[in-house]
Write a protein that binds this ligand. Sequence first.
Ligand code: ADP
Length: 650
Amino acid sequence: SNLESLLDFFSDIKPSENAERILRDRYLLKDGEGKYLEHSWDDIARRVSRYIASAEILYNDDIEKIRDVEEKFYKLLKSRVFLPNSPTLFNSGKTLSRDVFQKNREDMSLEDYKKIFNSRNRHNMLSACFVVPLEDSMEGIFDAVKDAALIQKYGGGVGYDFSVLRPKESSIAGTGGKSSGPISFMHVFNTTASTIEQGGARRGAQMAVMRYDHPDVIDFINSKKNNDGKSVLNYFNISVNFDNPEEFLKKLENDEEIELTHPNSNIKRTIKAKELFDLIANNAWKSGDPGMLFLGRHNKYYALSDVTPVSATNPCGEEPLPPYGSCNLGSIDIAKVIDFVELGNPEGENNDLFKELIYWTARFLDDVIDINVYPLEKIDRVSKEQRFIGLGIMGLADAMYKKDLPYNSEEGRMFMAETLAQFAYYSHLASSELAKERGNFPLFEKSKYKNGFIPFSMLNDDYSENIRQWNNLIKEHFFGEGKKYKRNVQVNTVAPTGSISNLADTSSGIEPNFMLAYIRYMTDKEGNRVPLPYMNKILRDKLDGDLNSELEAEIIEKGSLQNIEGIPEEIKKVFVTSMDISGMDHLLAQNVIQSYLDASCSKTINLPKEATVDDIKEIYKKAMELNLKGITIYRDGSLETQVLTKAKKE
Ligand code: ADP
């Protein structure tokens, strides 16, 4: 089929030197003594595809079919057109007997697949995203510390809603003492995270959320004030939650006061809306934290919000989850797909290929839910009752370079919107297809889908003719078949893809490239630092004969083309970097993309060093006015060591 030719084409392209280095450092399996058990990307693709395909035994006892599924998964991975989140790559089949992974596919028996499935153990934790609830009691808090420790031990990121905890100085019945407050407990979670080595692969990451009307919200907003990226609450991103941003905007306009209260405390405070907003913007200016989060909007598009409302997001903000919820992610590199598919066009020639690709990737992620070994029984239950998957894209910026579309232009946004609409539509078709084969997610009958419900905002039909057509197809689906069949409560998200985009040699998530060229230093076998010059390969092809060593050096030095003489304007316009793009253009990109995501997306609004507090306020206000689900900014140079989402490419 067409999908085969796409996957075969990219399977022949080898990972770059940089991707190989990351594979060696972090992904190839090693034994207890540090000796490599795997040697190449191909080894990983074989292990992971076989491991995940063994979940198919739950639905299928036709050995031929299971082998075919394994082969499909293998090609998805081998081609690097699709990559699951890091924990799936790290932990699939880890600690299992190696023999069964070395067999030829044709020799695999049903018993072999069953053996894999049944020997899975706690080391085989495959998800990136978790939310753990807090309880306003000493016992509850320290239970959560333990839960979070286990999740992080196996490489997951965790989010918490600290609003639940009573403010500091509140009385504690029973002991007659006073509570030390949510911020003090954040430090406990931070210290715990800092002591957990995630198998040596990476450091922990957490998200702390607090309601805007919690009595300690000011301390919360200031909690990372002296952060230099290394010291204060450095295992946390923090976000202030406004369930109803429209209402807050009104309070800002009318210069009203906000009452800060907590159900378990007598403490009451007031603060002017304007003062609160100034404080948020000032701190964000200094260090990027806090961001703003609009969980009310998340719940609006979440089909089980009446049953288990989402209470926080994972560390990078793309995945809101209910208490004990988890989500496993996977991303399609659309910079590769675009060589074969005219993305965004409802009448595009190879659309079936994209549709089929999305079906198989959704099936992969759905299988991950079943074979996953969750760190806690409670998480196992919620994950299987709701079956969140986070199918996303990466390579957006590179795809746009290929199509000569500037990221910061109306035509660029049109492309983003149409592509995401197509992506969302096919993804939900896939989830319905899977439901027909395997059944609905168990809580389906309690969900909003049952009565016809679209889990994202969509853009106005007038936006473009293509959007009008996608919107119609989407409505037809959710008010037709989608009322009966849905395998997953939520399907789409866009992750940062901080590591996996490097493995795929593509741009990360939906972000513009940070730099077009730079020098990376690697350590060779003798321990010497050797420079490894890098240039975006689409740019290299574009400049072709015009590229000489002098020009290359200049691009490396500047990272951007904008201030280089002699490069044609058309090229400068298209090959923009994060820092070439205004904050507002970042935000508008997020807006059109988020309109077609049922979960959310990881996006940083990058601002130049000279940006003012007022610039930040304007952006935060715009995020509230538009239907954004949250917002994170980062002002260039404001942190010495930049945390997770804000990190430059490694
Ligand atoms: P990757 O590219 O390694 O798959 P992403 O950068 O896409 O990971 O991040 C996806 C999600 O994985 C994050 O939102 C977060 O929930 C989790 N995550 C990322 N990095 C870490 C980390 N160092 N520790 C724990 N969780 C992480």
